[in-house]
Design a protein around this ligand. Sequence first.
Ligand code: CO8
Length: 378
Amino acid sequence: MSSSARPRVVISGSGLWTPDHIITNDELVTAYNEWANRYNDRHAEAITAGELDAKPLSSVEFIEKASGIKQRYAYIKDGILDVDRMRPAIPERPDEALSDQAEMAVHAARGAMDAAGKTAADIDAVIVSCAYTQRSYPAIAIEVQEALGIEGFGFDMLVACSAATFALHRAYEMVAAGTARCVLAINPELTSPQVNYCDRDSHFIFGDVATATIVERAETSTALHSYEILGTRAKTKFSSHVRSNFGYVSRANDVDPFGADKLFHQNGRRVFKEVCPLAVQHLTDHISRHGLNVPDIKRWWLHQANINMNLHIGGRLLGREATFDEAPIVLDRYANTASAGSLIAFHLYHQDLKPGDHGVICSFGAGYSIGSLVVRKR
Ligand code: CO8
């Protein structure tokens, strides 16, 4: 399709649902350290004999310095800080009830629909895209579709950190191709059930949240703030340095389906070193494809995994430290919310842009996966 014939596609609304419960670093570290001390006491003999490693203690100072995270939201806080449990206590719901992730998704979706001025009748497709879905089928997206009274179709996608940007790519293509007039893409990131709260290297990293976006043709949008998608770019490169082996085959593997390797685990140093250069190259190439240079970009809505990563990438792009205005940070409040981070930043910090201003939404992380969209305010 020539660029003159290509329909103009916009992001016309976004929504954010934030859980009621906050866990501070202090609370998390107190619980973990108590758990670690108990473990060490319980296994003192084996530790002294060199048969077991002692569990090292965590610290608030380390977490803030290494990650920039000060707190995180939890869908359900009960259980996470309980030293006898160390995981959220989320009651199982009957099949007739809305599932947890569908409920989170519906909250965020309503916000995006309101912002875009859309009703269920305007939407043709629902994508639920996130790091994990709580069941394999029926798709959470189809459940959300039913809950919101949307006709058409829905499907789930999993691309870890890049689930949100990759879903926006699919939404853009569907609207551009005319297979849907308007797409609702939702990211119910329920990360807490997959966090190993007994692992000091990663117990602080994640938070729960849901984001949503509406993508439609420019001519159908009546939104006050809308952003034309000038182009999308995706890159993946296989790496096991961020990994979860949780999956349905565990039952047949005769292994513990909840063992440490079945939860989130990573080599954070390697991820940092390998992903940052990929992201910088990806972003530079993407904007140049649109005839843009770094100074032309008013705002970078970057993935929110680690403050030092964002400072590094911003610094490599700009040749100096990016200001909050140029690359807003939300991970101090929200922590790493898997794929939702760049969309939380977009949702909270987009209304002040002027017509004609350019921005970039970008995710980077597990996979590895990098996804970006170059947008222009209308
Ligand atoms: N308290 C005190 N000390 C600690 C702690 C702690 N909590 N944790 C580690 N340390 C220690 C280490 O053991 C190490 O000690 P030593 O030097 O004796 O070995 C020392 O502190 C330094 O550790 P690191 O080198 O690991 O510290 P870093 O400065 O590298 O910081 C980070 C660690 C914060 C993990 C950092 O490496 C990082 O963030 N890297 C980027 C990681 C990243 O972006 N990962 C992608 C995440 S994946 C994703 O976004 C989505 C996945 C899907 C969702 C999953 C939902 C559950």
